[in-house]
Design a protein. Structure first.
Ligand SMILES: Nc1ncnc2c1ncn2[C@@H]1O[C@H](COP(=O)(O)OP(=O)(O)O)[C@@H](O)[C@H]1O
Ligand SMILES: [Mg+2]
Length: 429
């Protein structure tokens, strides 16, 4: 902005602001001449944070009083019923998560009612399961249901303090924002660390993955959070510098859930099971090879396998509940296409209905989609993409006319790239 003056006067503190470069720009409105210097912006920010904190304190009472009601609303079977609306299979994982959340509410209630008494210990959860089996989806649906703050952070984006990337504090900061900047609420929230396997340190079993030694530093910082410590961070968008006001959140009562695919952990388990023995697990005669074996193996994961994989023992000690998810088979994928509330087929039906089109997928077509997804070995992840490819031309061409039509997606559309059947709606029964 070359024509703007290089000096402004802050409309609040009246100090002269000298602009050295564009990063130094104060807030300045040329039409009114209104300007605010950075230090006033900082003040205001600090004021707002304190204001929010005071509000939070006032709200605290309400929250503890509402806990009874929340407990009744979040009984495990009710949480599971909700998850069932969106997630196919994974019953075991749904149960574990439902109980973990319910117990979290109970622990909170106990804490409020018996201050100073020995706390009920929390049971953080670690989830393992192949790519695209619903780990992230489960947790994101869970977050919509809950009345306590819940934040998902991608662990693979975390770096050791001082390195380029996000410090582990980001996980707590995300929770603080999910709690509408209410510290008290954030301190009783849930943090989900996704892609947790990506911070495994390089070890014998895991050396196919290029993990760097810095991951151990990330794990050490995460450990402090898991053990319960006061995490200090600045508001979003503010750089860390000595005068920046910080927010402090105690993680003692935060429930941690971590999840990841842990690619290769099946081999670690297999090695442990057959240490010294010569009978290979895979040698067992089984019609369907790979998949049952894989699920069978990961369902037997033990803390020592996670250690071998490259997670430090202290962290594993803080994740007492191990939850494994299953590989989705063709039938499961077929159901995922049609049954969940937000199933892809339902979504496309709705979209095309807006163009006056009745969309139908033949059963064989859906099965073909599921088969393709299985070939790609990315679980349910590729379903949407496979359908999207087929739907593109239809979604492009259909709006050319307003005539009501019926569109049928057949198996040939999926497997041979054939065009869908389009008929005028009146002509069909
Ligand atoms: N069991 C499931 N039921 C319903 N949808 C699923 C299931 N598993 C995966 N999906 C869908 O597939 C996609 C990828 O799943 P995601 O949860 O990201 O997998 P991951 O286990 O790798 O985290 C999401 O769009 C999700 O809705
Ligand atoms: Mg995921």
């Amino acid at each position: 902005m070359p024509q703007e003056p290089l000096q402004h006067r802050c409309s609040f503190c009246k100090r002269v602001i000298t602009v050295h470069d564009q990063y130094d720009m104060p807030i300045y409105d040329p039409s009114t001449g209104f300007a605010i210097c950075k230090s006033c912006v900082r003040e205001i920010n600090h004021f707002l944070d304190e204001h929010d904190q005071a509000n939070a304190q006032a709200g605290h009472h309400d929250f503890s009083e509402r806990l009874g009601e929340l407990l009744a609303k979040n009984k495990p079977h009710k949480i599971k019923e909700y998850l069932d609306e969106y997630i196919i299979n994974q019953d075991h994982a749904k149960k574990i998560l439902s109980v973990a959340v319910y117990n979290h509410y109970k622990r909170m209630k106990y804490g409020f009612e018996h201050e100073g008494d020995a706390d009920i210990e929390k049971s953080n959860v670690i989830m393992l399961g192949p790519s695209g089996c619903g780990k992230t989806a489960l947790l994101s649906h869970l977050s919509h249901l809950l009345d306590i703050p819940f934040a998902v952070t991608d662990a693979s984006s975390l770096t050791e303090a001082g390195f380029v990337g996000a410090d582990v504090e980001v996980a707590v900061r995300n929770l603080y924002y999910a709690a509408d900047k209410d510290i008290e609420k954030a301190e009783h929230g849930i943090i989900y660390l996704d892609e947790f396997d990506k911070i495994a340190r390089k070890s014998g079993a895991n050396n196919s993955i290029t993990a760097d030694p810095g991951h151990e530093g990330v794990q050490q910082s995460l450990l402090k959070m898991l053990e319960g410590s006061v995490v200090e961070f600045t508001s979003r968008g503010q750089r860390k510098h000595p005068e920046a006001p910080t927010i402090k959140v105690d993680t003692k009562n935060i429930l941690f859930i971590v999840g990841g695919a842990f690619v290769g952990i099946d081999e670690v388990v297999e090695k442990r099971l057959h240490k010294g023995g010569t009978i290979g697990f895979g040698a067992e005669v089984q019609g369907e090879e790979e998949k049952p074996d894989f699920d069978e193996l990961i369902s037997q994961v033990r803390p020592e396998d996670l250690m071998e994989y490259g997670i430090i023992p202290e962290i594993i000690g803080r994740l007492p509940v191990i939850c494994t998810l299953e590989t989705l088979d063709e039938d499961a994928l077929l159901r995922i296409l049609t049954e969940p509330k937000n199933a892809p087929v339902k979504q496309y039906e709705k979209l095309l209905a807006m163009d006056g089109v009745t969309l139908t997928f033949e059963e064989d077509a859906l099965r073909a989609v599921a088969k393709k997804a299985i070939e790609r070995k990315t679980g349910a992840r590729s379903l949407k993409g496979i359908i999207e490819d087929v739907m593109l031309d239809i979604m492009f061409d259909i709006p050319r006319s307003d005539a009501p039509r019926k569109v049928t997606i057949t198996e040939a559309c999926i497997n041979e790239g054939a065009s869908p059947k389009i008929e005028p709606l009146e002509g069909t029964e």
